[in-house]
Design a protein around this ligand. Sequence first.
Ligand SMILES: [Zn+2]
Length: 147
Amino acid sequence: MASIYIFTECPHCGKVTSADWHYKLDHLYLYCRFCGVDYSREYRYVNEKAYVEETKQKGYGVCLISKSDISNTRLYFLDEPLTEGELKVYIHRYNESDTNKEKSYLITYMDGEFNLLFGNYPDDFFLSLREHWDKYEDMYVKTDEWD
Ligand SMILES: [Zn+2]
């Protein structure tokens, strides 16, 4: 099936994230790398009528633990509100000696607000949609080239 990766605004938090866009059908699939939402949008045709089917697994934030050995780096998606126990586990991993603290973060997303619990916001967190396209233009197809 024909699909490309694009940048788009997350339907849950509004941050810019990458998505898998099946352009012939206009289906969209994304995991937001900031709020952690798992979202899909598909068009269905039943009895010659079209309707939109959206599924949204709520996102409550993300945690990146960056390790000096990149194969040990992990990005966790919070699909439920963070518990005290989970927070302790993430803090423990963050404090391990091989963690790159500069590049690690735990960001929660609740009631429309982001909170940084440790580490630093990733650079891309503050970029607009246009700035994403400019930064990653070599990696992605620009949709405005198709106009
Ligand atoms: Zn989001």
